[in-house]
Design a protein around this ligand. Structure first.
Ligand code: IMP
Length: 192
């Protein structure tokens, strides 16, 4: 069975990816290969960060692997917070990150935003990218308490609930991450 290392220790992400990729591939976490390194992530695009993480793993362990990088891009804020989504306010406190986003957006009428995920896959020295995007709009206040991160602010285009008001299954059916992961799975299944 083909084994791939996923540059994460987030078991929720692992389960999501394993479910989409199927049992033809075994996905390992960083913990599974004994990697406790703080993997550098200093790029200013999702592509650069995903590539940096998978490149680090590939160089160090010489194993087929992939990594992901995601975030929220708000059009009226020149695509901020982007790669800084996790630490927009200078902390990982999502209440502060959300407050800062709402403050910067103020009562701007253009509320358009997108969540974007980029996956970098390295197999046998070659690199492949997969992207998932979900377009939507930022609310004027939080709604819902499911999900994580900016979910309470984000309503996918054409829907009437924020990601935080949806069930995990409803969100997963349309999320940026699941779109990127499905593309990765499709590639793996047709190529190997
Ligand atoms: P990561 O690269 O998947 O760890 O995502 C980086 C940051 O982007 C997270 O810490 C969140 O703030 C934000 N983010 C990414 N995906 C989502 C999502 O599905 N919902 C809400 N926030 C997200």
């Amino acid at each position: 069975m083909m084994e791939l290392v996923f540059a994460t220790n987030n078991l929720h992400k692992l389960e999501e990816v394993q479910a989409v990729v199927g049992d033809q591939f075994r996905i390992l976490t960083l913990a599974d290969i004994g990697c406790a390194d703080e993997i550098p992530e200093t790029g200013d695009t999702f592509e650069a960060n995903a590539s940096q993480k998978s490149g680090y793993l590939y160089d160090k362990y010489q194993r087929d692997c992939f990594s992901d990088d995601s975030g929220l891009e708000v059009i009226a804020l020149n695509n901020e917070p982007g790669v800084y989504s996790a630490r927009y306010s200078g902390t990982r406190d999502m209440e502060k990150n959300i407050d800062l986003l709402l403050q910067r957006l103020g009562d701007h009428t253009d509320r358009r935003a997108r969540f974007r995920t980029v996956i970098s896959l390295r197999v046998g020295g070659a690199e492949y990218f997969f992207e998932g995007i979900v377009e939507g709009d930022i609310g004027f206040e939080r709604a819902g308490d499911g999900g994580f991160g900016y979910d309470p602010l984000f309503t996918p285009r054409g829907r009437s609930q924020t990601f935080a008001q949806m069930s995990a299954a409803e969100k997963n059916a349309i999320s940026h991450r699941s779109i990127a992961v499905s593309k990765l799975a499709e590639f793996l299944k047709t190529t190997y």
